[in-house]
Design a protein around this ligand. Structure first.
Ligand code: SAH
Ligand code: SF4
Length: 365
């Protein structure tokens, strides 16, 4: 059986290698996995951590994913939608603080009114910042036309997690009318339009195996992802999946460690992509996001959403910084990043070298 150092040195890894990376034998080997991943990060994407200010535009969702706290079937939740001025004011703050880039996220809503609303926001953010603030969207499955219009308006990255690359598991986590194949079609459409493509999975889902996770990493390669956003599954009590989990503490602690191993293995296999250290890590351990960076992640998404709305955007329980405004989160984040010996890449889009290489390839042929 190959050891972790030997596997890290290989150019192409097979499924067996990935499973091996995801299964360190003891604490010492686990520490070695994280160390190797951090070295790969430094040599392929550099030492900086890039920021994407996260604006949670609305918790209104037309979907009913069994794991998610803002699914439409959760009738206990008060729904909100930020207005244009509120979104622009959060965007302005991110710009002034030198965050370089934004992520606009929301529950999944389709239709002309929503498309036009997002389109206008993207244009205004671009105007307000002379085009300098990068814009990532995370707005779920949409028609090609919507993706196209948002791209033309100035968004350049799109994050759509596949959630799990195992079709059977996907089926078990979603109602009948949520289609795995359609999600894949959306990923291809986004790529074709020219977005930097982000995808990812939840880690520690009931019924998920190490083999499934290894396959997820192969899936990231196959769709040619430029960025990965993945994190631990954190049960939410007002969801069908969360209600079925007896010992939440045990589940979340195990999921945190597995998520860190996934970040490390993904870094070692994909090398030059951007990998986000998900906020869900911090929901389990207050140092979770720093641990993600130490395991190979190079992107953090500080929350810019107004504290008044934040409490209603709980995809999972224990969402961190619930009562703090973004100013307080800002100071806290900086000192946390510095405390682990990393630097923040202010005022930069922080595109992955993986994406930059492709742009170069296209323009040189
Ligand atoms: N509606 C959009 C974006 C918002 S949801 C979409 O679904 O793409 C963003 C992500 O939150 C989802 O992709 C899912 O992976 C994650 N999420 C939802 N519920 C979660 C939970 N209980 N634990 C951890 N992550 C969760
Ligand atoms: Fe809606 Fe996204 Fe939650 Fe699914 S994961 S219910 S699409 S917000």
């Amino acid at each position: 059986m190959s050891d972790i150092k030997e596997i890290t040195g290989k150019d192409r890894l097979c499924e067996e290698d990935i499973i091996r990376l995801l299964s360190p034998k003891d604490d010492a080997e686990e520490a070695l996995l994280f160390k190797m991943a951090r070295e790969v990060k430094r040599s392929h994407v550099g030492g900086a951590v890039f920021l994407r200010g996260l604006i949670e535009i609305s918790n209104i969702c037309q979907k009913d994913c069994y794991y998610c706290g803002i699914r439409k079937g959760n009738l206990l939740l008060r729904r909100y939608k930020m207005n244009k001025e509120e979104v622009l004011s959060a965007a302005r703050k991110a710009y002034e603080w030198g965050y370089g880039s934004l992520t606009l996220q929301s529950g999944e809503v389709r239709g002309e009114k929503h498309i036009a609303f997002i389109e206008e926001i993207i244009r205004e953010i671009k105007n307000m910042t002379s085009g300098s603030l990068g814009i990532t969207l995370s707005l779920g499955e949409q028609k090609n036309e919507a993706y196209q219009r948002w791209f033309m308006a100035g968004a350049h990255r799109y994050l759509l997690r596949i959630e799990t690359s195992n079709k059977g598991l996907y089926r078990a986590l979603h109602p009948e009318d949520h289609s795995f194949d359609h999600r894949i079609e959306c990923l291809h459409a986004l790529k074709k339009i020219g977005y930097q493509l982000g995808t990812g999975v939840m880690i520690g889902l009931p019924g998920q195996t190490i083999e499934n996770l290894a396959h997820d990493i192969i899936f990231f390669m196959d769709v040619d992802a430029d960025m990965i956003g993945m994190g631990p599954y954190v049960p939410h009590m007002d969801t069908p999946l969360g209600r079925g989990i007896a010992d939440i503490q045990k589940v979340t602690s195990a999921n945190l460690i597995m998520a860190l191993k996934m970040i490390a293995a993904t870094r070692i296999v994909l090398k030059d992509v951007n990998i986000a250290s998900a906020t869900a890590l911090q929901a389990i351990d207050e140092n979770g996001r720093e641990r993600g960076v130490m395991a190979g992640a190079n992107v953090i998404m500080p929350n810019m959403t107004d504290a008044a709305y934040r409490r209603y955007y709980q995809l999972y329980e224990n969402k961190p910084c619930m009562d703090e405004d973004s100013e307080a989160c800002r100071g806290c984040l900086e000192s946390r990043i510095e405390s682990i010996g990393e630097t923040i890449g202010y005022n930069q889009w922080g595109d992955s070298p993986h994406f930059k290489k492709k742009v170069k390839d296209v323009s040189s042929c």
